[in-house]
Structures are given as C-alpha cells and as structure tokens.
Design a protein around this ligand. Structure first.
Ligand SMILES: [Zn+2]
Length: 440
C-alpha cells in the first residue's frame, strides 16, 4: 500500500485514539494537574483515582450488566459483598466492617481516628429502572439513572482509604457507606436504612452523595445550597364502579367512572394551583387505566378507572397543603357517590421530601471541590427531579448531593441512557477521595 493511502488511515486511527481526551474541553483531572502542585494531596488523590481506574471501570460495567429494580437488588448486593469480603481479607475485619441492611442494602464501615468527633456518610443508591416489553424489545432493567457510577466509585474509594490508612490518617471517626436499595420507587431504601441503624456512637455526622447529570458539562461538578430538588408524591387514585356492572353508554342515568375522574381532575388541578402561591411545581398524570380491554365495545361503560400521577414542588408548605386538599377532595367525591355504590379512594405511597442541601457543608464542598478540580463548582438550577437523598434531613443529618456532569446519549430515565465517557469515574473518585481528606 502506498504511503499516501496509509496517511488518512493513520490520521483517522490517531483521532479515534485521542477522541475520549479531546472531545470535552474540561476533560478528566489527570490532564490538568501541574507537577508543581504544592499541597501534594491533590496529586495523591488524582494519582490514586487513575491507578484505580481499570478496576472502577470494570465494577461500573459489572453493576450495569446486572441492573435490578428496587428491593430486588440481590445480584448487585452479592457483588458488593464479594468486593468488601476481598477488602476484609486484605486489610482485616477490624479495618472494614459490613453488614446487609434493609433486605438488599449494604452498610459498610471503615473506622478512622477514634479521637475524632465526626463521621462521614457516603451514600450510593443501587437500583435500576424497569422498562416493559415493546414490539421490538424484551422487558429490561437498566441503570438508566446512572446509579452504577456512585456504586463503583464508592467501592474504589473504600479501597483507596484502606490501602493508604497507614500513611494517610482518615480524619473522621469513621467513613460509612450506605449502599441503599430502591431510590426510584417507594418505600425509600435510604429511609429504611437510616431508620434501622443506631448512629448515635458516630458523633456529628455529615453525608455526601453524587448523581450523574447529562445537563451539566462533562467532568464538571455542580451543587446548590439550600433547596435544590423537588419533593415527589405519587398519586394513585381509584374509582371502582364495578358494583354497577357497567351499562349502555347511551343511557344517561348510568354512571361513567371516567366522567367522575374528569371532574375530580379539574378540581384537584385548581386546588393545587391555588396553594402554589405562584411557585414552580409539577402535577402530571402519567396513566389512566380503565377495566375495559381493547375488545370491549365502545358503547359499554368501564367499571373501574385507575389513575396514576405525580405531584412535585420545591415548597414544603405547598406540598403538605396540596396533599391535604387532594385527600379531602377525594373524600368529598367518595361521600357523594357512596350511596351509588361507587368506591373512590387513593392509595398512599411514601413521598420523597424536598431536597435541601446543608449550606455550611455545601460551602465546604465548593471550596475543596474547586481546589481539587481547579475550576469553579457552579450552582445548579432548581431541579424538579426528586431524590430520596432528601431523607437525610428527616434524620437531622447535614447532607449535600453533588451533581456530576456526564456526556450521555440523552436524558436520565430514558430506556437507552448511556454514559459515553466513563473517564468521569476518575474525576468522581479523585474528588471524593480529596473531600474525605480535606472537608472541615
Ligand atoms: Zn437516580
């Protein structure tokens, strides 16, 4: 082959090789470090995250391959137990303890400085999302919210802390990892873990978590002090008119549960709007299922209607008032139709509260995080997405959820969600290692 034919091939090959490094202007931290870094800690954390990259990446892929829905994360839990058993064999049971919790969760403790009066919790969530079968795909469970990222980084972080314990003292009484099940669906796995654990011997506790964000630039980190993400209340409303046995649509005296729902819906929407005081919120109906199968003639009334919806707000007062109003409306409709043998009720699910990041801890994360990344940590916009990380507040534990920018093929919760540049694992692991050693 002539050299002029080979040249373009070499050029393309070179571009492919360089692509992961040049595609994003921010890039992994590895390419920004200066050899003259004076603190040494930054260099150390950076190097540790690079040395662990292959292992973190392989865990990330393994967790991705065995994604499971909330409360069924048995293989994921098994893989975590294997990882921490290996660490226990290497470093001794006195240096790392772990136990299953809340069914499919795992609680891991790395004891640090017994004289310290404070403890750090790192919270990775471990569940995936279920997608029903379509004409062209089988039913599947996927890490369409990127939870495999937090898990694999936490596994490697524990390893780095243990490998360096002799030369780098852990400045906390303990570092705890709460691998919590079921972030995506109620009841909250984190709530179950926190309710089931006596944390009183750990002194003052603070908590950190991380979530991937395709709308934040790749390798960038964002946080928000105070109210950061919305609450989430699942609305499941049932109208059961089966005692009436349906009936002909043309007979106006027959009760149509769909019409009852339409009336309720407009009243619910008005009440929620009137409680909002002009604040941003979301009220959306995701599914209305009637008891009538496709084969039912259109002139037969349905006997049952199930409605699914979701209500989100940033204002806890709006949240509480709206839910009170919705429940009293449902009670009114139920009373109105009781003598007509129509049952109207709501099945309540545990709600996720508004996520409020602790302002002092947020400042500390910003200060040390930007020192590590050598770029500012911006404030993210209010997010209507909810996260059960908000539960820390219920237990009076100051907490901050960090948003890690990733390059992805689309938004979170899409069935085909993929993180296209896994070198964000390095950025995340380096950052968390740095925060463990430097947070005040
Ligand atoms: Zn998520």
């Amino acid at each position: 082959m002539k050299p002029f034919i080979l040249a373009p091939i070499f050029f393309v090959a070179l571009c492919c090789f360089l692509q992961p490094f040049s595609a994003d202007p921010a890039g992994p931290v590895i390419f920004q470090i200066e050899p003259t870094d004076t603190t040494g800690l930054r260099l150390f954390c950076n190097r540790a995250s690079i040395e662990k990259y292959d292992e973190t990446l392989s865990l990330w892929r393994e967790f991705n391959a065995c994604a499971e829905v909330g409360w069924q994360e048995y293989r994921t839990q098994g893989r975590l137990i294997t990882h921490f058993t290996t660490l226990q064999n290497r470093f001794g049971a006195e240096n790392i303890l772990f136990d299953t919790m809340a069914g499919t969760g795992l609680f891991v403790e790395i004891p640090g400085d017994p004289k310290s009066g404070r403890t750090l919790i790192v919270r990775p969530e471990i569940d995936g999302l279920y997608y029903p079968p379509t004409d062209s795909t089988l039913a599947m469970v996927r890490h369409a919210c990127g939870h495999n990222t937090g898990m694999s980084v936490a596994c490697s972080l524990a390893e780095i802390l243990l490998e360096n314990k002799k030369k780098k003292k852990i400045p906390w009484k303990a570092v705890l990892f709460l691998f919590s099940p079921s972030e995506e669906r109620a009841p909250s796995g984190l709530d179950s873990m926190l309710a089931g654990k006596d944390l009183s011997r750990y002194g003052k506790i603070v908590a950190l978590g991380q979530h991937v964000s395709p709308d934040v630039p790749n390798h960038q980190v964002e946080v928000r002090s105070g109210t950061a993400q919305a609450s989430s209340e699942i609305l499941r409303i049932y109208i059961d008119a089966s005692a009436l046995k349906g009936g002909h649509i043309a007979d106006k005296t027959n009760i149509n549960p769909l019409e009852i729902w339409e009336n309720m819906r407009s009243e619910i929407e008005q009440e929620v709007e009137s409680c909002s005081a002009g604040g941003e919120y979301l009220l959306r109906w995701s599914n209305i299922i009637t008891s009538s199968p496709d084969s039912t003639p259109v002139n037969v009334l349905p006997q049952k209607v199930k409605v699914f919806g979701n209500f989100r707000t940033f204002n806890p007062v709006h949240e509480v008032r709206s839910i009170e109003k919705i429940d009293s409306l449902i009670a009114n409709f139920s009373a109105r139709y009781a003598d007509k043998k129509v049952l109207i009720y709501r099945v309540r699910e545990q709600a996720i509260p508004v996520l409020v990041n602790d302002p002092v801890l947020t400042e500390s994360v910003k200060k040390w995080g930007s020192a590590f990344l050598k770029r500012p940590i911006n404030t993210h916009k209010l997010r209507l997405g909810s996260d059960d990380f908000a539960t820390f507040r219920k237990y009076k534990i100051p907490a901050v959820l960090i948003r890690l920018g990733v390059k992805a093929n689309g938004g979170l919760h899409r069935q085909d969600f993929e993180i296209m540049d896994p070198t964000i694992l390095q950025t995340s692991l380096g950052l968390f290692t740095f925060l463990v050693y430097s947070l005040e």
